[in-house]
Design a protein around this ligand. Sequence first.
Ligand SMILES: [Zn+2]
Length: 196
Amino acid sequence: MQHRHLLPNEIDLLLDGDAGFGATPLRAHIDECTDCRARLDEARVMADALEHLPHFAPRPGFADRVLCQVQIVEPWHVAAVATVRRVVPESRPLRVLTIAGTGLASVAISAGALGLALGTRLTVGSATVITTRIRDAILGGLQDAVSSVFGAGAATALQSDGALAMSAAAVALVAAVGGAAFGFRALAAASRQRGS
Ligand SMILES: [Zn+2]
């Protein structure tokens, strides 16, 4: 016999006439314990009464009529995840490529915006010194890159009109990365079509 009273779910188990292995100790307890036997009898009366209640059914279309009045507010993070899911392809390698392309594009856009801001000299007061240093640092790095790729002449041209050249370079970089991202998307769409 079980040395504690039965739990509600155990009463339900006996009520359903469960003949499984677990029911045997419960039945043994019911035979010994008047409290639990009374609870099982009560539950049986209740179940019988519910069984004999008239059965109602809603009119056809009830669920649709209720749901069309329910306003579903989509939390911003759910919407954001859904948007990202639509953009990011299903296959794993393409997903990695797209995420890498998107990250590169955002870095390029930030760098371009910074370059444009510095180029148009939107700086006043003490900020001028800092932004000039940032600009010199970025320009220095860009010149090194340009001279190693295109030769010293290109780097000198860059130095002579640095801000304009840097803006153009930033725009070109953004365009290239954007093109690559669209390429990845097209590739992903094509592979999905092949897959289906
Ligand atoms: Zn009991």
